[in-house]
Design a protein around this ligand. Structure first.
Ligand code: ZN
Ligand code: ZN
Length: 420
């Protein structure tokens, strides 16, 4: 029985680790032990190690050290290496124990062709996910990206990235690990050591799918190699010959399983590990697909929506604006005109018509109006083609970036690469 316990603990630890590394940064685990362990594994452990070094040797560790930087630097490859070692280790173990037993009565020679394809698929998809451009924003492409991703004036308004020194397009986020602003940023993934964004979300999903496929395929192969072994041992038909009583006795599934743990410990371990990790990855891939394709939001935006809901629940309100310039009626134009005149009248009285203000170009005007100063804008006001609305309840808020399942799907798998 002790082998079973050791196996169980081993599978549990590795699957928990995978779960924490996948879900740790997620908003739904904010403030929980999952988030804390993730922080410890990605940031905390390094900080403590550096402190320990200083304590023992009395001086700071040279973090500019090339080897340290490559393995455990800020954009470290630790989790990437972990993924490579665990996947390659599993494949080597499988070949070592099972390759010579193929084909057998359940698995045909076709598997000699399928195996390299499935294995190649995980490495190629891993490589592409690691090196693909997530949609880094540069001074050259920022204008085109800003045009493509419109501000909703709820989650995103005109803002400047302090590090990159340019206008932040809607849906983008500055990644401090990569050192760039990323278009339609989802999250920074430590497994691929790369950001997941507008251009490579599809490669990220492909990588997850390749892992689900190899896990199930590995389970399938291990199961039928063990079944073949059970057949050779004469215990696969539910009965075994007892050489002491000289009678056939019934074998239960549990007994069969225990016999296999003794006979095939490596295949059993692979079977359990692959099965458990497949469900963790399916959960994560399903969650990511639901969020992006059905709900039309990124992981980053999910956190933003959560914070916004909290603020509104606390009684805060804010003003948003919607472009209605193309649908303003004659009557609306009149109202707008009256409002403008009223506003100008107030400015004139205040003597607030400096040349600086009247000389503002279109871009500056846009920036100014994005501040949405509560005193200057009010509910129902129409100005410069925008209608201003007060939002006081989360039910009034609409996700303008959810275009429906088909369009969301198209945007993820066929992004517009011309804007980069
Ligand atoms: Zn930036
Ligand atoms: Zn990043």
């Amino acid at each position: 029985m002790s082998v079973l316990y050791i196996l169980g603990i081993y599978v549990f630890i590795i699957c928990s680790f995978i779960f924490i590394m996948l879900f740790g940064p997620n908003e739904m685990f904010k403030g929980t032990i999952i988030e804390k362990i993730h922080w410890f594994l990605t940031i905390g452990a390094r900080q403590y190690l550096l402190q320990l070094y200083k304590y023992i040797f009395g001086k700071e560790f040279n973090t500019e050290n090339k080897i340290f930087k490559a393995i455990y630097g800020f954009r470290h490859r630790f989790i990437q290496l972990f993924y490579l070692s665990i996947s390659s280790g599993g494949i080597v173990l499988f070949f070592y124990t099972a390759l010579s037993r193929l084909p057998n009565r359940y698995l045909g020679p076709i598997h000699f062709f399928i195996m390299p394809v499935v294995i190649g698929f995980i490495y190629v998809s891993f490589y592409i996910a690691c090196v693909s451009d997530p949609g880094f924003i540069t001074k050259e492409n920022v204008d085109k990206i800003c045009k493509h991703f419109k501000y909703d004036h709820i989650l995103y308004s005109e803002r400047t990235c302090k590090t990159c020194q340019f206008n932040k397009p809607a849906r983008s986020k500055h990644c401090s690990t990569c050192g760039h602003c990323v278009a339609k940023s989802d999250h920074h993934c430590s497994w691929i050591n790369n950001c997941v964004g507008y251009l490579n979300f599809r490669w990220f999903l492909t990588f997850l799918i390749s892992n689900i496929i190899i896990s199930f395929y590995g389970c399938y192969l291990s199961f039928y190699i063990m079944k073949d072994k059970a057949h050779v041992m004469g215990i696969d038909n539910g009965y075994a010959f007892n050489r002491y009583t000289h009678q056939y006795e019934e074998i239960h599934l549990k007994q069969l399983f225990l016999i296999m743990i003794n006979e095939e410990p490596i295949l059993c371990a692979l079977f359990l590990f692959l099965g458990a990790s497949a469900f963790v990855v399916i959960g994560f891939a399903g969650y990511q697909s639901y969020l992006s394709i059905v709900a039309g939001m990124t992981t980053n935006e999910l956190a933003k929506w959560g914070r916004l809901e909290g603020r509104l629940d606390n009684g805060e309100t804010f003003i948003t604006k919607t472009y209605v310039g193309d649908q303003i009626t004659e009557e609306g134009k009149k109202i707008q005109q009256q409002q403008e005149e009223k506003k100008d009248g107030i400015r004139n009285r205040k003597g607030n018509t400096s040349n600086e203000k009247s000389n503002m170009n279109e871009e500056e005007k846009k920036n100014k109006s994005s501040a949405l100063d509560m005193d200057e804008y009010y509910d129902g006001m129409i100005k410069n083609g925008y209608r201003y609305t007060t939002i006081s309840s989360f039910e009034d808020v609409q996700n303008h970036y959810n275009y429906g399942i088909f369009k969301n799907f198209k945007e993820i798998f066929f992004p517009n690469e011309d804007i980069f």
